[in-house]
Each structure stands twice: as structure tokens, then as C-alpha cells.
Design a protein around this ligand. Structure first.
Ligand SMILES: Cc1cc2nc3c(=O)[nH]c(=O)nc-3n(C[C@H](O)[C@H](O)[C@H](O)COP(=O)(O)O)c2cc1C
Length: 404
């Protein structure tokens, strides 16, 4: 997804400079071509050697350096984004005033790509009106400010000014550079995770869904520019960045929030493992252990996908079919009966991937009769492949197939 994308990581002279190591490591792990540029002060906090080892490239330090590859214009042209983490109050002030007195500020000024700034400083410096005004100026010019976070600072004081978490900075970089942005201007609703149907205030009926596949799906669409409403049940993973997350618990809540968002959507991908049955009633108080084992009567929950299929219009509707047998047969019935544009069938019998796993293998069937096989891969990679199919079907109207 991010293989070979050029990124400049700027490290200025704050105590949090060492935390840029984690950021570089995460971006390199994604396959990005990371070049680190340090200010003179930055290089006093952490050795450039560390970043050379982590990034596999010489570190840019000197604007008057002779190496062609590290020239500031060359670097600015090669990068798809510049992320400055940590950004000191001083570097932020220089950026706000268009200064170009070191390699980092010069290449930021020469850049025609997104510049992302993660400030880190003592809270008094952060709250100083000079810094505030500089940050407002940068935001007005389209610079993305990431954080800072609140908490205990290196100086022992509490307050706002800590460098944002490396994972959050890396994800913001991915959002900025991910391509294609084929869902820009499109609104999606994605639902995800299990539901819980209460028996009493402490017990419920649920299922093994971890929420990982739905989370990956919402993330892939958001990375590709979609405006995503993410309706999720209690999941093992947090909602992705850059979506409007709506937390629900029961099948009925899942239905009302999903259908609510569907009213304004261009498309929907329903990944949630919504309970098919729920107890007729939930006891108001905890059911006590007694001589007789309690019997529970169940009723069917309302079918969200079928309801959305009925008033679909030209909107794109994709459902997931978790099956333990007759995968393709059951999925194609679901596609037809529920008026879907696409169904993603996954085998949850526990052989490979599926519920709870970080991996999945799926078969995709489309209304036009195309069939795609996505081999066992990380759920993020599966979601990206599914976004490719959705894009082909919804935006380009293609009917390709990769399976007989
Ligand atoms: C021990 C120490 C810690 C510092 N930590 C920070 C910091 O976290 N944030 C900040 O804005 N400045 C911090 N400074 C001040 C900067 O290093 C100083 O403003 C420097 O000129 C920044 O240069 P640069 O923006 O070119 O990297 C610190 C200075 C020292 C000596």
C-alpha cells in the first residue's frame, strides 16, 4: 500500500527527538522510503547515526552539503510528504514566517507536498500567544498539526505539549500519502464487530467477531478519501483514524445507526456480525442461580442488509457473508435475495482466517456476475483489495474477474 513512497521526517531540537525513532521505524515497516533531516539542535539530542541505521539513508543535516541526493530541492521533489516530529517552538516559528535558514526549513518552504507538523514542547511554550499564532498561521496554509498530547512532560510538569503518539503520527502520514484517492467526495457507512443481546444486566448473547475486518474496511476507504461513518459493536481493536465512529451494542442499535447514516451515503459495506436472534426480553435484574435452569425464548432481529437493499436506489451496497459451509452457494443467494451489488464471502469455520484472526481469505461475487478470490492475507490487505473491487464496480463500472 505504501511501498516506495518517499517521506521526509524532520527532527528538530526537542527532548522528544528520540521518539522520532519509533516513527521512522513504523514508516520503514510500511515500505516507505524514509529520509531523515535533522536540525543542528536535533542532532544534539540524538545521533544522526541512529536515524541512518533505521532509515537506511544518510541523514540530511547541512543545507550547504555537497551531496546531490540530499540537496533540499531534490529532497522536496522526491518526497510525497514532509512530517516534522518533534517540531520545536522555534522551528514552528520559522515555518510560520517562511524562513529557510537550515535544511529542514528550506525544504519545507520548497515543498509542494503536504507538510505535517507534530509539535512537542513545554506547555508554557505551547500556550505562549506567539506559538499559538504561529500554529494558526500554519493551519491556515494547510499544514496539518498533529497533537500535541497532554500529560506529564520531560520537565516533570503536567500539561499540553507532549509529542503525539508515534502510531498516530504514522497513521496521519499514511492518510496524507495513500493513493489512489478514488473515493474522494463519496460517503460510506461501514458497520463492524459483534453485537450483544442482553439476557440480564450482566449477561449477553454475542459472537466471535473481533471487529478487525470491519475496522480494516473502514480504514481502507478513509485512506482512499471516503468520508466514512463507522458503526461498530464492542470490538477488540479501536476504530481507525479519520472516520466518524459511532459505538453501539445491540442489533437494534446497529440497525438504527447504520440505516441513519445510509440516508446520506453513496455506499455501504456491512461487515458487522449482527445477532440473528435476541432474547424475547431482558431481565431487569441479574438472574439468580436457582434450582431450575432458566429457559430463554429467542426472536429474530431485523435484517439490516435486506432493509437497505429494498430502498437502495443507485447506491452501492456490499454485504459480508460469514459461512461455515457452501460458501459460494450461500453467498450468491444472499447477493440476489438482498439486492446487493457485491457480497464478500468468508469461511469462518476456523480453517484459515476469519473471526478473531488478523488474516482473512475471501471470495467476492458481484451483481454483474464477476468473481474475485482474495487469498489469505492480513485484513488490511484484504480490505484494500476489496476497495479495489468496490472502486471498479461503483466508480468505474468495470466488470473484471480474476476467478473462473
Ligand atoms: C534540554 C533541552 C530540551 C529542550 N526541549 C525542547 C522542546 O521539547 N521543545 C522545544 O520547542 N524546544 C526545546 N528546547 C529548546 C530548543 O532546543 C531550542 O529552541 C533550539 O533553538 C531549537 O532549534 P531547532 O528548532 O532548529 O531544532 C530544549 C532545549 C534544551 C537545552
Amino acid at each position: 500500500m505504501f511501498e516506495g513512497i518517499g517521506i521526509v521526517v524532520g527532527v528538530s531540537g526537542g527532548i522528544a527527538a528520540y521518539r522520532a525513532c519509533d516513527l521512522v521505524r513504523l514508516l520503514v515497516k510500511d515500505g516507505m522510503d524514509v529520509h531523515v533531516v535533522m536540525t543542528e539542535a536535533g542532532a544534539r539530542f540524538i545521533s544522526p547515526l541512529t536515524f541512518r541505521a533505521l532509515s537506511g539513508h544518510d541523514v540530511g543535516l547541512d543545507i550547504f552539503g555537497t551531496s546531490e541526493s540530499i540537496g533540499h530541492i531534490a529532497l522536496a521533489r522526491k518526497a510525497k510528504a514532509i512530517v516534522i516530529a518533534p517540531a520545536t517552538a522555534n522551528t514552528i516559528a520559522k515555518l510560520a514566517h517562511g524562513m529557510a535558514d537550515n535544511l529542514l526549513t528550506a525544504l519545507s518552504l520548497a515543498a509542494r507536498v503536504p507538510v505535517l507538523v507534530a509539535p512537542a514542547m513545554n506547555s508554557a511554550m505551547w500556550e505562549n500567544p506567539a506559538t499559538r499564532e504561529n500554529v494558526v498561521t500554519l493551519k491556515r496554509r494547510g499544514v496539518r498539526i498533529i497533537g500535541p498530547a497532554a500529560g506529564e512532560m520531560a520537565c516533570g510538569e503536567h500539561g499540553e505539549g507532549k509529542l503525539a503518539d508515534a502510531g498516530a503520527i504514522a497513521e496521519t502520514v499514511r492518510m496524507a500519502v495513500a493513493l489512489p484517492k478514488d473515493f474522494a467526495g463519496k460517503r460510506f457507512v461501514v458497520n463492524s464487530g459483534p453485537t450483544r443481546e442482553p439476557l440480564d444486566p450482566v449477561r449477553f448473547i454475542s459472537n466471535r467477531s473481533s471487529g478487525r475486518m470491519g475496522t480494516a474496511m473502514a480504514r481502507a476507504l478513509a485512506l482512499r478519501g471516503a468520508e466514512v461513518t463507522f458503526v461498530h459493536g464492542p470490538s477488540e481493536v479501536p476504530p481507525p483514524m479519520g472516520v466518524r465512529a459511532v459505538s453501539v451494542e445491540t442489533a437494534e442499535e446497529m440497525r438504527s445507526k447504520t440505516i441513519g447514516a445510509w440516508k446520506r451515503a453513496d455506499g455501504a459495506v456491512l461487515v458487522a456480525a449482527v445477532a440473528d436472534f435476541k432474547p424475547v426480553a431482558s431481565a431487569a435484574h441479574k438472574i439468580k442461580k436457582a434450582a431450575a435452569v432458566p429457559a430463554f425464548s429467542l426472536v429474530e432481529t431485523r435484517d439490516i442488509l435486506a432493509e437497505m437493499g429494498k430502498n437502495k436506489g443507485k447506491r452501492f451496497l456490499c454485504g459480508f457473508a460469514a459461512e461455515t459451509r457452501d460458501l459460494v452457494k450461500n453467498a450468491s443467494e444472499k447477493l440476489r435475495e438482498k439486492n446487493l451489488d457485491m457480497v464478500v464471502a468468508n469461511d469462518v469455520s476456523g480453517k484459515a482466517g476469519g473471526f478473531g484472526s488478523t488474516q482473512n481469505a475471501v471470495t467476492v461475487l458481484t451483481k454483474g456476475g464477476a468473481r474475485f478470490e482474495v487469498p489469505l492475507s492480513d485484513k488490511d490487505a484484504v480490505a484494500w483489495a476489496l476497495a479495489d473491487v468496490i472502486s471498479g464496480e461503483m466508480i468505474h463500472g468495470r466488470r473484471k474477474t480474476n476467478a473462473r
